[in-house]
Design a protein around this ligand. Structure first.
Ligand code: DHE
Length: 561
């Protein structure tokens, strides 16, 4: 087939159809692999690559990784590319050393042989994984402790408000740590690389979701808190929440799938899957997308609705759960690719990063409309963001950036009457505080004077192992930079120990940082005194393997950040 521009477009469309002449041609040009090698590569791709590049490899946070692709811009200009064009050597370099575009280096995670294997794998046509139906989900569903056999009151003496649910990424576990004593209460088996923990409206249950789509329900009232129910809702997933509107508290849970692209509504107490809804559809640009993954989900406090952010389409769904048999959904167009986000201080507006568009979309959950689409610096990544009152501009919500050296402060109308004098600033970037690129999470607490930000994706080892702290009352004061790896007292390692995800204790007096080391290196959680910025405690335990996200029960239950 002749490689003209028009030919390429036609060829790409044809390649999408499995078994087309072009797909066969591409398969011929791709490096050959044994079935065993393919299986190994498929597993690594799922665990390390699919999150950013997509199962179908069409790209989102990461680049398109199809063997051949071509795309047309608004003026009709066609660009083309693909992994076959990049070739084995270039791909090995990119995977090994990363790129300025935000791809991290994998040379301290994968062996040379694995990097070579992955370079071969992505030059071959992507496998299309199977679907996962309601029946499949029901077959996976297990109630370990039926509701009638669960305690009717708290059976332990723990201060539940200050328990931290900590993801032990590579072991597929969650550690429940007593924030008062810093002792591990229990380590529970969960899905692989749990992404987030969210609290029930009651504060009794922790809902966690593994990257492999396994949802686990942890009952904190048991003598030894443990998993009481679980279900698999997808092969690949990241988000979960419950119903929090008055009268519906914890009646339902919802979890979003990356693959298949769909969300599942479950019974809140037992996790019995009740309804599965596909998110396949059309992007804000009007193109069909076969893999629009579910990114962040939150439960509105104003209406019986969930805010469900669909990554690839840039559509924000308000899913009304008051009648799940006759599900009503409002679709709000925003920008691509939707990722993580959090509430403003009033919990009326949900702000979500559209990372590839360098925008923050704000949804008004009262009117059910888009409140604003704010232009910000490159690749915003807020986690849930941070809310505080700026000395000059009033209420602001902060986001960090993966691709820029600033923390952005956006004015929010929170409590409109009280803050009427700041109205002219609303939905504008009022300040960019100097930071470093590679930031993933920012955090503050109403009782704290500080704003914390990490930088685990920075290519500089020292910066990736450090966090920065600003005084909220005077952001022009030099920030404090704390080298968490050094402060931990752990032996220095060649591999970077990424300092990630600041999380406050329930009283807002301590900040916990994960020191995310390699699988064989000792990791830790370093606890700082928020007032003095001195280390209070280093939690090292042989069980503390690759800790990442930490979720304080009280702060998560009440969306305090
Ligand atoms: Fe996350 C939040 C997706 C990589 C730790 N991450 C989120 C959310 C999404 C998401 C959609 C919002 C969930 C919500 O609020 O409902 N994350 C992805 C990815 O697709 C990506 C880029 C690649 C992947 O393969 O998963 C990715 N994330 C990571 C990591 O590498 C991190 C640092 C470590 C890890 O455990 O894998 C990581 N993501 C987190 C954490 C949160 C999160 C700790 C919750 C932040 C919070 O405070 O709520």
């Amino acid at each position: 087939m002749k490689k003209t521009v028009v030919g390429m477009i036609a060829m790409t469309a044809m390649a999408a159809a499995m078994g087309s002449a072009f797909a066969q041609e591409a398969a011929k040009a791709a490096p050959s692999m044994t079935a065993e090698e393919k299986e190994q590569a498929k597993k690594i791709y799922f665990e390390r690559c699919a999150g950013c590049h997509g199962v179908l490899r069409k790209g989102a946070t990461g680049k398109n990784l199809e063997p051949h692709w071509s795309k047309k811009d608004k003026d009709g200009n066609v660009t083309e590319g693909g992994t076959l064009k990049l070739g084995q050597q270039r791909l090995e370099k990119i995977i090994g050393y990363g790129t300025d575009g935000g791809m991290v280096n994998f040379d301290d995670i994968l062996t040379k042989e694995e990097i070579s294997l992955m370079s071969k794998y992505i030059q071959n046509q992507p496998d299309v994984p199977p679907e996962f139906s309601l029946k499949d989900q029901l077959d996976s569903w297990k109630v370990i402790v039926p509701v009638k056999d669960r305690p009717t009151k708290q059976m332990n003496k723990l201060n539940l408000k200050n328990i931290f649910s900590v993801t032990l990424r590579d072991t597929g576990e969650v550690a429940l740590i007593d924030g008062d004593t810093k002792e591990i209460v229990n380590v529970v088996k969960t899905g692989y690389a749990v992404h987030i923990s969210r609290l029930s409206a009651s504060g009794r249950y922790v809902y966690v979701i593994g990257r492999d789509g396994r949802v686990s329900l942890i009952d904190l009232w048991m003598e030894k808190p443990a998993v009481v129910a679980e279900v698999k809702i997808a092969f690949d997933a990241r988000s979960i929440d419950t119903s929090k509107f008055k009268g519906f508290e914890d009646k339902y849970a919802i979890a979003g799938g990356y693959w298949p692209p769909q969300y599942t509504i479950m019974d809140g107490d037992t996790l019995k899957p009740l309804k599965v809804v596909s998110t396949r559809g059309v992007t804000v640009d009007g193109d069909y997308h076969p893999e629009p993954r579910v990114a962040s989900i939150v439960s509105s406090f104003i209406k019986p609705e969930w805010v469900v952010n669909i990554k690839e389409t840039g559509q924000i769904l308000l899913v009304d759960y008051s009648n799940i048999e006759n599900l009503k959904t409002t679709t709000i167009g925003s920008a691509k690719f939707l990722h993580d986000g959090g509430w403003d201080a009033s919990k009326r507006y949900f702000l979500v990063a559209a990372n590839a568009s360098n925008k923050i979309a704000a949804v008004d959950t009262k009117t059910g409309k888009l409140a604003a689409l704010v232009d910000v610096a490159k690749i915003p990544h807020p986690g849930r963001g941070a809310n505080f009152t700026h000395p000059k501009f009033g209420p602001v919500w902060a986001t960090g950036h993966l691709g820029a050296d600033v923390v952005t402060l956006i004015s929010t109308p929170s409590d409109e009457k009280k803050n009427a004098k700041f109205k002219e600033h609303n939905w504008k970037v009022v300040q960019e505080v100097k930071h470093v690129p590679g930031n993933l999470f920012v955090k503050t607490h109403p009782k704290s004077a500080n704003l914390w930000a990490d930088s685990p994706q920075n290519p500089d080892k020292d910066l990736a192992e450090s966090v920065s702290v600003w005084d909220k009352s005077d952001l022009s004061k030099p920030k404090a930079v704390l080298n968490v790896a050094k402060d931990s007292g752990l032996p220095a390692t060649k591999a970077t120990k990424r300092a990630v995800h600041p999380e406050y204790s329930a009283d807002g007096k301590e900040v916990w940082i994960s020191l995310w080391g390699g699988k064989v290196d000792q990791s830790a959680i370093v606890v700082y005194d928020d007032a003095t910025l001195k280390v209070k405690k280093v939690i090292t335990d042989p069980k503390m393997i690759t800790p990442t996200g930490k979720f304080n029960v009280y702060n998560t239950q009440h969306d305090i950040y």
